[in-house]
Design a protein around this ligand. Structure first.
Ligand code: NAP
Length: 254
């Protein structure tokens, strides 16, 4: 018997990276998983991997920064499965640049996907969770919330998500809804590959240099984050709310 048997989960931005690993892990723990990404066809690999492993998954095209798409996708999940227990606000993008070169578009896009996206999805999902008097929300923050060169937009969004998490924990706690954030450090995904590309460093060398500064002497894998999210959305964490869990291999030496 799985720890999430009978639960229904939505994971946003789950076509690849941390979102895909999380969707697979929650399905392995017994949840029925709605795999969200910009287009339904992008979710195919994740959905097929879950089904091949004996789990249940359905893909949805949903741009989390679009209120109509979010309302529609979340209500079809609740209709299809009859409930909605878990929301993982994972969808994310980067538009890095030093402040003097950062465009208004770079700023707006990052805010819209991370912050507004988490707001829209949480607002839509809480309706079902409040009714059920049961729910788990996990937001993806980042160590960048503490400041990171070239990421004024992203750092602000990820710090904003921490305040958002703590506020939702206060507002939704009386309805038996736990709200927490996970703040990853360096995780090997397309996102960190893009960062290496932008600064013109070979991705392998980039990982090696990062690992040398991390006390556990390795960079993270998507599964390292999925494991912590799986705990936070389970009833083993039923008295944990309003927390930001850093998952970064120990604080990197500057
Ligand atoms: P990733 O590999 O780039 O995956 C992000 C996913 O989100 C992609 O499938 C992307 O779709 C999707 N997405 C982008 N915009 C979206 C939108 N508007 N609506 C729905 N889906 C959207 O990134 P990742 O590294 O797995 O990161 C996942 C989360 O962890 C993000 O919130 C990120 O900020 C956070 N995080 C990552 C790291 C790290 O080191 N990797 C560290 C700290 C925090 P497309 O492929 O179509 O663009």
């Amino acid at each position: 018997m799985g720890r999430l048997d009978g639960r229904v989960a939505v994971v946003t931005g789950a076509a690849r990276g941390i979102g895909a690993a999380t969707a697979k892990r929650l399905a392995a723990d017994g949840a029925k998983v709605a795999v969200f990404d910009l287009k339904e066809e992008f979710t195919r690999d994740t959905v097929e991997a879950i089904r091949a492993a004996g789990g249940e998954a359905v893909g949805y095209g949903c741009d989390v920064s679009n209120a109509d798409q979010v309302e529609q996708a979340i209500s079809s999940v609740a209709e299809r499965f009859g409930r909605l227990d878990i929301l993982v606000n994972n969808a994310g993008i980067i538009r890095d640049n030093l402040l003097f070169k950062m465009t208004e578009d770079d700023w707006d896009m990052v805010m819209n996907v991370h912050l507004k996206g988490a707001f829209l999805c949480s607002r839509a999902a809480q309706r079902y969770m409040v009714q059920q008097k049961y729910g788990k929300i996990v937001n993806l923050s980042s160590t960048s919330a503490l400041g990171n060169r070239g990421q004024a937009n992203y750092s602000a969004a990820k710090a904003g998500l921490q305040g958002f998490t703590k506020t939702l924990a206060i507002e939704l706690g009386p309805f038996n809804i736990n709200v927490n954030a996970v703040a990853p450090g360096f995780i090997v995904t397309e996102m960190t590959r893009q960062t290496a590309e932008r600064i013109g460093v070979d991705f392998e060398a980039f990982q090696k240099a990062a690992a040398e500064r991390i006390p556990l002497r390795r960079v993270g894998r998507p599964e390292d984050i999925a494991n912590v999210i799986a705990f936070l959305v389970s009833d083993d964490a039923s008295y944990v709310s309003g927390q930001v869990i850093y998952v970064h291999g120990g604080r990197a030496a500057e």
